[in-house]
Write a protein that binds this ligand. Structure first.
Ligand code: AMP
Length: 606
């Protein structure tokens, strides 16, 4: 196994396969076992999933969609999402997932760019969005609505859609599904760019199947496992994990981030994948206890931490620590394990950075979180901690079949069977991302330990993620803000926080003119502190970003008096904003904006 500190490989031969085969093989192996759970008896067995795929694929053909064509899915996670996906895969139709939180103009862009001839939508709200988007499309689009009560006009309800494929033969469907080639595009997933429009990441059958095969070798999963699919299926992480669980004969129930806390207690999953936000919320809730309970939690956290550190270093804790731990476990930690269902083998965290202290807290509480790393472009997993190879503060070692290299400037490069085919219709961007010899540039900066553990230390790309794992493209938002007549400079922040916020230097000429009309006078510092001026700025600023999706809309405004400046070090000589310098200069203001007690306030002043 080659290794030095700039390179680490985990060589294995992962056979190229297709997702269609993965479905068929799993049905053969697990036929009557429950594949998807649902309220009451509404879940489906593996064989029933295949039957839905037969009918769905038949219906797609009846509607004129065949191999190489595209269908979009605009829906929250639900059983029909998975069934529509399997139907597309069986028919050789590449599907294009769309976040249900996206505004109509972004939905329109994806429908247009992908050329989707059909779109599955969940309910009346998403249907209205597609109707608004469809008006500007250059091609016709059919609509299928999962919620049967929401179908109207020429939109087809999900039961009617399935009925259209009722008479298709299973043997024909299987023969058609088996025609898929590993290199065929299975899905196109749109991902944010730093500037410009989102890019359609083309993932092939082999990309996703190899990632299933690689992760199942890294982490043992069997038919006794069950999980809740609650991260958006529009993102590749939950989707790949669900394929993996399907291949292993597990049962998956669809859910949402809003209900996952209750669902965990009810469904008692054995494993769960989430973005860091969920772990942060549990941690904050536990640590937020007041009075006597608060003191007990603080004590138990300290004891748990010592035990976690012992586990990490492989040194068994002494008798005194073990005795105290038994008490802490009974009074505090056992309750945390109960709250997550009491049967959990491990959590997986991915999509954004998990704070090592939070991971360590859970380890101390007897709950293992396996942090992993990857991108949409890598289907997604490149690295993951496992029960055997586990190191907090790292994203683990490469999964089998994957090579990791650190470029001279620190950028993490990945080569392996999971690296995408390319960006749809963007050859130049594809060439910029993947070198001729197959290395994909991640845009993240990292370090490799000698034994192959990767740490993410920084970012090269001008994109960041909130702790909910949502991409924020600050430049795009800042460009929108700078079109507002009241804004001179804007800097969007929120990396690793649970929502974005913005620092704004007002365009004082405009503000002064407005203020004098409103009868408000004063120096600049006085104007930004004036409640009338603040209200006006807030109105104007929010109006300028009205088109953004809720998750990317800044929730707080921090007003600063001095514009960015080369001499102050907040601008480069070429007039580019030095983000880290601005954030350091206004660190106190930023902290205040994110304090829990600031929840009700929107405008802040430096
Ligand atoms: P996406 O394409 O949405 O999956 O986003 C991929 C990006 O998420 C990566 O390039 C990283 O910047 C970030 N990311 C994913 N996992 C982690 C992690 N464990 N730690 C830090 N950043 C992560």
């Amino acid at each position: 196994m080659p290794k030095d500190t700039d390179y680490y490989a985990n060589p294995t031969d992962i056979p190229a396969g297709t997702l269609a085969e993965l479905l068929l093989d799993a049905v053969e192996e697990h036929g009557d076992r429950p594949a998807y759970g649902g309220p009451g008896d509404s879940g489906l067995s593996y064989a029933e999933v295949q039957d839905h795929a037969r009918r769905g694929a038949g219906a797609l053909r009846r509607l004129g969609l065949g191999r190489g064509e595209r269908a979009a899915i605009l829906s929250e996670n639900r059983l029909e999402w998975a069934l529509a996906d399997w139907s597309c895969l069986a028919a050789g139709v590449a599907d294009v997932p769309i976040y249900s939180t996206l505004p109509p103009y972004q939905v329109a862009y994806i429908l247009e760019d992908s050329g989707a001839a059909l779109v599955f939508v969940s309910d009346a709200e998403q249907l209205a969005k597609v109707r608004a988007a469809a008006a500007g499309l250059t091609h016709d689009i059919r609509i299928v609505v999962f919620d049967p009560t929401a179908a109207e006009g020429d939109a087809i309800s999900w039961p009617d859609f399935l009925a259209m494929g009722d008479d298709s033969e299973l043997s024909e469907c299987v023969a058609e599904a088996r025609q898929a080639e590993p290199d065929d595009v299975a899905t196109m997933i749109y991902t944010s760019g730093t500037t410009g429009r989102p890019k359609g990441v083309m993932l092939t059958h082999a990309n996703l199947t190899s990632n299933v095969r690689a992760t199942e070798r890294a982490i043992e999963i069997g038919t006794a496992d069950s999980s809740i699919s609650f991260l958006p299926l529009s993102h590749v992480l939950q989707r790949m994990v669900d394929y993996l669980l399907f291949a292993r004969g597990c049962t998956v129930t669809h859910g949402s981030i809003e209900t996952v806390a209750d669902d965990m207690k009810r469904l008692r999953p054995t494993l769960l994948v989430s973005v860091p936000r969920l772990y942060e919320k549990v941690y904050q809730r536990v640590q937020g206890a007041a009075g006597l309970k608060g003191r007990l939690v603080a004590w138990a956290t300290g004891v748990g931490r010592r035990v976690a550190l012992c586990r990490e270093s492989g040194v068994p804790p002494g008798l005194w620590v073990r005795m105290r731990y038994a008490v802490a476990d009974r009074l505090v930690f056992a309750r945390i394990r109960e709250a997550v269902g009491g049967r959990l083998r491990f959590f997986v965290s991915g999509g954004a950075a998990l704070a090592p202290e939070i991971n360590r807290f859970f380890l101390g509480a007897g709950v293992t979180i396996l942090e992993g790393y990857g991108l949409t472009e890598t289907s997604p997993v490149t690295n993951v901690n496992t029960l055997e190879h586990f190191r907090i503060g790292t994203v683990g070692r490469p999964v089998p079949g994957t090579e990791v290299r650190i470029a001279d400037d620190g950028e993490i490069l990945i080569r392996g069977p999971q690296v995408m085919k390319g960006y749809h219709g963007q050859e130049e961007a594809t060439r910029a991302a993947i070198s001729e010899d197959g290395w994909f540039s991640t845009g993240d900066i990292g370090e490799l330990s000698e034994d192959g553990y990767l740490s993410i230390t920084d970012r090269k790309k001008d994109l960041f993620k909130t702790s909910g794992g949502k991409y924020i493209a600050p430049q795009q938002i800042e460009n929108m803000l700078k079109q507002c007549a009241f804004v001179e400079e804007a800097l969007v922040i929120g990396e690793g926080r649970n929502f974005p916020a913005v620092l704004v230097a007002p365009a004082f000429e405009r503000l002064e003119a407005w203020a004098s009309e409103a009868g408000i006078r004063g120096e600049r510092a006085e104007l930004v502190a004036d409640s009338g001026c603040q209200e006006q700025l807030q109105r104007e600023i929010f109006a300028s970003v009205e088109e953004l999706a809720p998750f990317e809309t800044p929730k707080k405004i921090g007003l600063i008096v001095e514009p960015f400046d080369v001499e102050a070090g907040t601008l480069t000589p070429t007039q580019k904003v030095r983000r880290s310098a601005v954030q350091a200069m206004y660190a106190e203001l930023i902290e205040t904006m994110y304090r829990p007690e600031s929840l009700d306030k929107t405008v802040f002043v430096a």
